[in-house]
Design a protein around this ligand. Structure first.
Ligand SMILES: Nc1ncnc2c1ncn2[C@@H]1O[C@H](COP(=O)(O)OP(=O)(O)O)[C@@H](O)[C@H]1O
Ligand SMILES: [Mg+2]
Length: 209
């Protein structure tokens, strides 16, 4: 097996990196994909999420790796899994660079807000320096207001690649994670799970191409 490696990166904290990694990982695992999630952020949010889980025997596999072991660990996991999702730290340190270099695709969560749009340039520059391929994903899309349309306009004007699927601003994303789960487990028929599933399917297509 040669895993497709997806890094989730965004220099801006609180953009939704860990949320995306956890929700996508659970979604793919529930569809029977062999998936491993790697916590590269020293803050350890993804690991904390996983520690809260009652049943850790069911997929996905969740591991924390940092520093000199990172590149070899990615190579090792690449052989055993179909998908590897890397939750990266916000600062542009070596680990974030190793992750962006190893990934076929770097997902960049962006909230439809001026601050998030401005902050995204630094992340895209990091991906470019590591010769990665970036894909913006709108996260915490509000139900109303003009910022979603404005964000689409700005992203299109800069000719940046944007996923068709995005995640709404939904309490279910946080609620599902309190005990180490994801919306595809807690509310599989809900809107949040539908959004994650649409993004997961879009990514499968992009990674297969
Ligand atoms: N789509 C969403 N809807 C509602 N809340 C969200 C969503 N995405 C993230 N959040 C919340 O935003 C905060 C930051 O998300 P997190 O995934 O920790 O970001 P990062 O890993 O980029 O720092 C968390 O409290 C999380 O629950
Ligand atoms: Mg995080």
């Amino acid at each position: 097996m040669a895993a497709k490696v997806v890094a989730v990166a965004q220099r801006k904290g609180g953009a939704g990196k860990t949320t995306l990694v956890a929700q996508l990982g659970i979604c793919w695992a529930r569809r029977g994909r062999q998936v491993a999630l790697l916590d590269i952020d020293p803050q350890g949010s993804l690991s904390a999420w996983w520690s809260a889980r009652a049943d850790k025997t069911a997929p996905p596999t969740v591991l924390a790796v940092q520093g000199w072991r990172l590149a070899t660990e990615i190579d090792r996991l690449r052989r055993d899994y179909e998908y590897l999702i890397l939750d990266t730290p916000p600062h542009a340190d070596t680990d974030a660079r190793v992750a962006c270099r190893a990934a076929q695709l770097v997902i960049v969560p962006v909230q439809p807000s001026p601050m998030d749009l401005w902050a995204t340039g630094a992340t895209l520059e990091l991906v470019r320096q590591e010769r990665g391929r970036a894909l913006l994903v709108l996260n915490r899309i509000p139900a109303r207001g003009r910022m979603v349309a404005i964000s689409h306009e700005r992203i299109a004007a800069e000719k940046l690649p944007l996923a068709a699927a995005g995640l709404g601003n939904r309490a279910a994303f946080a609620t599902s994670m309190i005990d180490g789960r994801g919306v595809c487990e807690t509310e599989p028929e809900g809107l949040a799970a539908q959004e994650v599933a649409a993004l997961a399917a879009e990514l499968v297509g992009i990674l297969a191409a």
